[in-house]
Design a protein around this ligand. Structure first.
Ligand code: OOG
Ligand code: MG
Length: 255
C-alpha cells in the first residue's frame, strides 16, 4: 500500500468510527494531498455513496485567520452527508463538529474549464446553506496538505430553498444564529471579495484535479464567517439577505 492509500484508509476509518487521529508525521505536498482526497472519495463511492457536488474552503479572511491556513482549497461533497432543511440531524457520528454559513450554487451546465464557469447558465440557482465541518484530526488542527487530504473537513451540508440566480445580488448580509442568538454576522462579499468568483475558482481547482462539474451538482462557495462549535440540541440557522434562511436542530451527539 502506498502512503496515499494508507493515509486515505486512516482518515476514512476516523470518519466512520468518529475517532480523531494525529496529524501525519511524514510531510507530503498539496498534489499528494488531493490524491488522498480522491482515494477517500473512491472508498465512499465503493460503499454506494454518490457525489452531490464540490466545495471551496478558506475563501474568506475570517476562515483563513481562524484556522491559520492561507490558500483556497477544494473538496468533494458526498450525497450521504446531506441534512434536510428544518430537520433534526443526529450528530453522534461526528467527532468535534462545527457549523458555518455558506452560499450554495446549483451548477447549470457541464463545467470543465474556467471559461465554462464564466459562460451564461453556469449557475442555475442559488440558496443559503449551512456546512458542518468535522476535522478528522485531533484538536481540529492541521496543515494545508492535511486538511486537503481530509476532504477539507467536509462532514455535512444543508441547503435552503433555491432562488433564481441574480448575479447583481452578490454582496448580501449574512446572519448566523445558534439557539435564536446571532453568533456571527458578515457579508457574502467576504467570499473571495466577490462570491461570483467561486464558480471560476472551483472550476480551476476541479480542473487541476481531473474533476468536471456536472449540471445538478452543488457548489459550497466557502463560509463567509468563522465556524462555531456545534453542540447537541443546538438549533442552527443561517439567513442571507434576499436569499432567505435555512436551519436544522442537532440531536444526539456526544455531550
Ligand atoms: C476546513 C474547511 C473550510 C470553508 O468554508 O472555509 C471550509 C476547516 O475549516 O476545517 O469549509
Ligand atoms: Mg465550508
Amino acid at each position: 500500500m502506498t502512503d496515499i492509500h494508507r493515509l486515505a484508509a486512516v482518515l476514512d476509518e476516523a470518519a466512520r468510527t468518529a475517532r480523531a487521529v494525529p496529524q501525519p508525521e511524514q510531510g507530503y505536498d498539496v498534489a499528494a494531498a488531493y490524491q488522498v482526497q480522491e482515494e477517500l472519495l473512491r472508498l465512499r463511492l465503493e460503499r454506494g455513496d454518490r457525489l452531490a457536488g464540490v466545495k471551496l474552503g478558506f475563501t474568506s479572511e475570517g476562515k483563513r485567520r481562524q484556522m491559520g491556513v492561507h490558500d483556497v482549497i477544494f473538496g468533494r461533497v458526498p450525497e450521504s452527508s446531506a441534512i434536510l432543511d428544518g430537520s433534526y440531524a443526529d450528530i453522534s457520528s461526528y467527532i468535534h463538529p462545527r457549523v458555518e454559513p455558506e452560499v450554495v450554487y446549483l451548477i447549470g451546465r457541464r463545467i470543465a474549464t474556467v471559461a465554462d464557469a464564466l459562460a451564461s447558465g453556469a449557475v442555475a440557482a442559488v440558496a443559503p446553506g449551512i456546512e458542518v465541518i468535522d476535522s478528522r484530526y485531533e484538536d481540529f488542527r492541521f496543515s494545508l496538505p492535511d486538511v486537503i487530504a481530509d476532504n477539507t473537513s467536509a462532514a455535512g451540508y444543508v441547503v435552503g430553498p433555491w432562488q433564481p440566480y441574480d448575479p447583481a445580488r452578490w454582496n448580501l448580509g449574512v446572519v448566523f444564529e445558534i439557539d435564536g442568538r446571532p453568533v456571527r454576522t458578515g457579508s457574502t462579499g467576504a467570499i473571495l471579495g466577490d462570491p461570483r468568483r467561486a464558480v471560476a475558482e472551483a472550476a480551476r481547482l476541479a480542473g487541476a484535479n481531473g474533476v468536471v462539474m456536472e449540471p445538478g451538482w452543488i457548489l459550497l462557495a466557502g463560509a463567509a464567517t468563522p465556524a462555531e462549535p456545534l453542540a447537541p440540541g443546538a438549533h442552527v440557522r443561517a439567513e442571507i439577505q434576499h436569499l432567505g434562511s435555512v436551519s436544522f436542530t442537532a440531536s444526539g451527539g456526544q455531550p
